[in-house]
Design a protein around this ligand. Structure first.
Ligand SMILES: *Cc1c(COP(=O)(O)O)cnc(C)c1O
Length: 361
């Protein structure tokens, strides 16, 4: 079988040149006589791999010097717990904007650790938009404000960065990191599971402002203490060595082949516009998300008829467009078009959608 257009929400497509590089280096990485998978994380050759990857990420995202980059395990879901443990003292407070399932899970996890508050939620409208929250709605005594910047399941994205005053803003960017430039200095902490836009599953990226480190609660598991991880250059124990290597190749691809995050954004805007323009120009498919909150990475749509949706997903798969089924909690369809999805994949999907419309309208 030839390669398909994979619209999976995650784990998802990786850039073809990166996969080819992995294949070429699989058995013998740069004359080391072994695969990266087989290397000691304490070896000089691996040390170069992780250091280069971190430096490259810092350049691409323009991460200021007073931020630490951590390469961890556990996924975004573990950060739901480690953020309150690191940033909020016992009996402390935190504010959450709930704009989807993952921010809801983060909020629920936060409840275990302090007096956390749901400042706003779009749940009653099936998360089809992102709530607008003004500065005076946040508690100035909160230890942090938590948001999910791109809501993978619903296909929505923040169209603004909340002004939280002096309260650190924490953002889950699992499904949008590296899709466009972002002003890191507006955030206290950014985190992302790598399996959407960066690498194979197993790596979690945390970017944290230095002054927020060192106040973890005493009962915080050592592995979840960001200060410990930072002091050990993310090598307190064995890091996810292979995903970090692939992440490094993806960073290099963005830097050298794509030409940086401005260029990445242009490409992503072009790709999602193909889909949204098509959806706006017909009335067979419904695009449920409020226009100003449309995600560049996850495009949701449906026909309004569950059987017809199922038929669409089935026929799309047969035509080489896989993983278009919407999340089980939403139904319909979702095309995840992360950085690695080539524009041809989206063009062909739109052609397929139009053909399906003609046959089924
Ligand atoms: C996928 C995803 C998660 C969950 O990530 P894990 O690494 O599986 O824990 C959390 N938040 C967002 C926004 C996601 O897209």
């Amino acid at each position: 079988m030839s390669r398909v257009y994979n619209f999976s929400a995650g784990p998802s497509m990786l850039p073809l040149p990166v996969l080819e590089k992995c294949a070429a280096q699989m058995l013998n990485y740069e004359g080391s006589g072994m695969s990266v998978m087989e290397m000691s994380h304490r070896s000089p050759v691996y040390d170069q791999i992780i250091k280069d990857a971190m430096a490259s990420l810092r350049r691409i995202m323009n991460i200021p010097e007073n931020y630490k980059i951590l390469f961890l395990q556990g996924g975004a879901s573990q950060v739901f717990a480690s953020v309150p443990l690191n940033l909020m003292p016992a009996g402390g407070k935190a504010d959450y904007i709930v704009s989807g399932q993952f921010s809801g899970k983060a909020y629920k996890e936060g409840q275990k650790y302090g007096a956390v508050r749901e400042v706003a939620s779009s749940k009653s409208d099936n998360f089809t938009y992102v709530p607008k929250v003004e500065k005076d709605q946040f508690d100035p005594e909160a230890s942090f404000v938590h948001i999910c910047y791109n809501n993978t399941i619903y296909g929505t994205k923040f169209d603004y960065i909340p002004d939280t005053g002096d309260v650190p803003l924490v953002a889950d960017m699992s499904s949008c990191i590296l899709s466009e430039p972002i002003d890191v200095s507006k955030f206290g902490l950014i985190y992302a599971g790598a399996q959407k836009n960066v690498a194979p599953a197993g790596l979690t990226i945390v970017i944290v402002r230095e002054d927020l480190l060192g106040n973890a609660r005493p009962e915080t598991p050592t592995m979840l203490d960001y200060a410990v991880q930072a002091a050990n250059d993310s090598m307190y124990n064995t890091p996810p060595t292979y995903p970090i290597y692939v992440a490094g190749l993806v960073f290099k691809w963005i830097e050298e082949t794509v030409g940086g995050l401005e260029k990445m954004k242009e490409y992503n805007e072009k790709k999602c516009a193909l889909l949204y323009d098509y959806l706006d120009g017909q009335d067979f498919y419904i695009a449920p998300v409020k226009k100003e909150n449309r995600s560049m990475m996850n495009v949701t749509f449906k026909t309004g008829d569950a059987d017809l949706d199922a038929k669409f997903v089935k026929e799309a798969k047969a035509a080489g467009f896989v993983n278009l089924k919407g999340h089980r909690s939403v139904g319909g369809m979702r095309a995840s078009i992360y950085n690695a999805m080539p524009i041809e994949g989206v063009e062909k999907l739109v052609d397929f959608m139009e053909q399906f419309r003609k046959e089924n309208a």
